[in-house]
Design a binder for this molecule. Structure first.
Ligand SMILES: [Zn+2]
Length: 198
């Protein structure tokens, strides 16, 4: 699976979907097939872009980010760290990047880590004065999210998250993703079934 190329699309009156008239393959990412973990990560990355990007709108920065992600996935292994960096980078490029270093409502930056809350509907972390609801975001998770959000995909290759921190980051990011899309993400079930790094 996975091919990059030039597509010729045609508009159809009254239809949301464009008609694919031609597709000229320029690069086939054959390395993504044959490894279920890589296939799962690629399917998830593509579904995220599909669901988060507004329809009929060119997103060159998102395209480049996705392209680099798929190239690195093809060349390496399916790693949770690369996936976290991809998710955060994608959200950032679409203007959905979370507030992490200050409260998303009042802006104070002296957040007490034990009381900081994750409130995706408000755009990130909230201080204790602004909410008593939402999941508590631990200091370790907040630090990790801040680090991951600032990383390039090249840096992600060297990053290492322990299992618990990755799970915390994953939960927080998914919460944010879900505020921007309706309905389930099909590829997430696929990743769950793969076990391993997710
Ligand atoms: Zn606040």
């Amino acid at each position: 699976m996975g091919a990059e190329g030039e597509a010729a699309l045609r508009e159809r009156a009254g239809a949301d979907l464009l008609l694919l008239e031609d597709f000229d393959v320029q690069e086939a990412r054959l390395g993504l097939a044959g490894d279920m973990g890589k296939t799962a990560h690629a399917a998830y990355a593509l579904e995220l872009c599909d669901r988060l990007c507004p329809p009929r709108h060119a997103e060159p920065a998102v395209f480049d980010w996705l392209r680099e992600f798929l190239m690195r996935l093809e060349a390496g292994r399916a790693s949770a760290e690369r996936l976290r960096v991809f998710e955060l980078g994608l959200l950032g490029r679409l203007g959905f990047g979370p507030a992490l270093d200050r409260c998303a409502v009042c802006g104070r930056s002296d957040l007490c880590d034990e009381k900081a809350r994750w409130y995706p509907e408000q755009g990130g972390v909230l201080c204790a004065s602004c909410t008593q609801r939402g999941d508590i975001l631990t200091a370790a998770t907040r630090r990790a999210l801040t680090g991951l959000a600032g990383m390039s995909l090249a840096e992600a290759e060297k990053a290492s998250l322990d299992r618990e921190t990755n799970a915390g980051c994953r939960r927080a990011i998914l919460g944010l993703v879900r505020t921007h899309i309706a309905g389930p993400l099909r590829s997430l079930d696929f990743i769950e079934k793969m076990g391993g790094d997710r």
